[in-house]
Design a protein around this ligand. Structure first.
Ligand SMILES: Cc1ncc(COP(=O)(O)O)c(C=O)c1O
Length: 389
């Protein structure tokens, strides 16, 4: 990039893809491509088996049953399905939806809209300075209580990489009689996830952030909750019987998968899951945290750099007096790809009282040289900007 070897540190936006995943996509189009469910012929059956096999792999990956796995276009589509398919029919005026300022717009705005349409209200859970939910205060002030119908929160936040205390929060919302919708976009593929152990009611994530292609994602939902969820799209194989004025739909998860599905996406996700599982999610979590910590320590040692937080492979920071976009552009000239701005989390920027941050996000395939490149890059950028003064 810009005549330099690429140092890719924007893994929280999307990951790079290993050769096995690229090969799996190519092999599908070379050997198996047909539409699923529709054909009585061998090739269509084989493609259907591959697609359903991927659903099975996803189920195993997060400790669920295959009937609880809806394949979607990504985390945003999954969260919209939870908000509008499940939320709209159950929310009533005065009901509360517990969220946090640290959440991604895909989660926040979906629930804002569902609240507007139903008369429900968003309640923001208190955060400590590190952006973590203050569970003691939530308990003491009974912020999650009888009115809470839904808790909608990220397991790992995308600006600071904060690992939220979701097990405790899920417990609290269940005691209150509500359901927990967990945004796992920054967690799946980065740490072991077991939706049954967590007792999550819904769990959303994207394939492209965990080595597979874009346009594929997952909404896990407990069986009885998925049955209570309305489809958002209609037509194609989600149909059971169609009359002139109404129709009936298949059972979950099929009733949510209208139209021709992203078969290569599902296959690439299955292949990514195999790859990640073989390495081991515990090992991946430890490695990403190690790189994130090393980067945060190196950045903190540079006078003028403020690190707002680091969790796992995610580090958000700023250089005093320099706009995050300018710093990211200076890093780009050195081949270092980081994200700068608001990270689809404007309320979090207000919480941090900054217009934006620079975010470096490491994957397990990054290494110490990438950490050094970032630190040297920031030092050089600092000298460059100070030279302009
Ligand atoms: C925490 C979180 N939630 C949701 C999303 C949305 O994911 P996608 O754009 O893949 O739908 C992202 C993407 O950055 C994210 O980081």
């Amino acid at each position: 990039m810009n005549g330099q070897p690429l140092v890719y540190l924007d893994n929280a936006a999307t990951s790079q893809k290993p050769q096995v995943v690229i090969d799996a996509i190519a092999a599908f189009y070379q050997k198996d491509n047909a539409n699923i469910y529709r054909g009585t012929y061998e090739l269509s059956q084989r493609t259907t088996d591959l697609y359903e096999g991927a659903r099975e792999q996803v189920a195993k990956f997060i400790g669920a049953d295959r009937s609880e796995i809806v394949l979607t276009a990504g985390a945003t589509a999954s969260l919209n399905l939870a908000a509008f398919g499940y939320g709209l029919p159950v929310l009533r005026p005065g009901d509360e939806i517990a969220v946090t300022a640290a959440d991604h717009h895909s989660n926040l705005v979906s629930w804002q809209e569902a609240a507007k349409m139903t008369g429900a209200k968003l309640v923001y859970l208190p955060l400590d300075l590190g952006g973590k939910v203050d569970v003691e205060r939530v308990k003491k002030e009974q912020i999650i209580g009888k009115k809470t119908k839904i808790l909608a929160i990220a397991q790992v936040t995308n600006v600071l990489g904060t690992n939220q205390p979701i097990a405790e929060l899920i417990n609290l919302v269940h005691q209150a009689g509500g359901v927990a919708v967990i945004d796992g976009a920054q967690a799946a593929g980065h740490l072991p996830v077991d939706v049954k152990k967590l007792d999550a009611d819904f769990y959303a994530f994207s394939g492209h952030k965990m080595l597979s292609q874009t346009g594929i994602g997952v909404l896990y939902g407990k069986k009885k909750l998925l049955e209570a969820t309305r489809p958002l799209f209609f037509g194609g194989e989600m149909i059971e019987e169609v009359g002139l004025t109404s129709a009936t739909y298949k059972k979950a998860p099929y009733k949510f998968e209208a139209g021709s599905q992203n078969v290569s996406g599902a296959i690439s996700l299955g292949s990514a899951i195999d790859y990640l599982t073989e390495i081991g999610l515990d090992k991946i979590a430890a490695r990403e945290a190690e790189l994130g910590k090393a980067a945060a320590a190196g950045l903190r040692a540079i006078p003028g750099v403020r690190v707002y937080g680091q969790g796992g492979g995610i580090v958000s920071f700023n250089l005093a007096g320099i706009h995050p976009h300018d710093l990211a552009t200076a890093l780009d000239t050195q081949g270092i790809a980081v994200r700068a701005g608001q990270h689809c989390a404007q309320p979090m920027m207000n919480f941090l009282q900054v217009p934006g941050t620079v975010r470096a996000s490491f994957a397990f395939y990054n290494n110490e040289e990438d950490v050094s490149a970032l630190i040297t890059g920031v030092k050089e950028a600092k000298e460059f900007f100070h030279g302009l003064r």
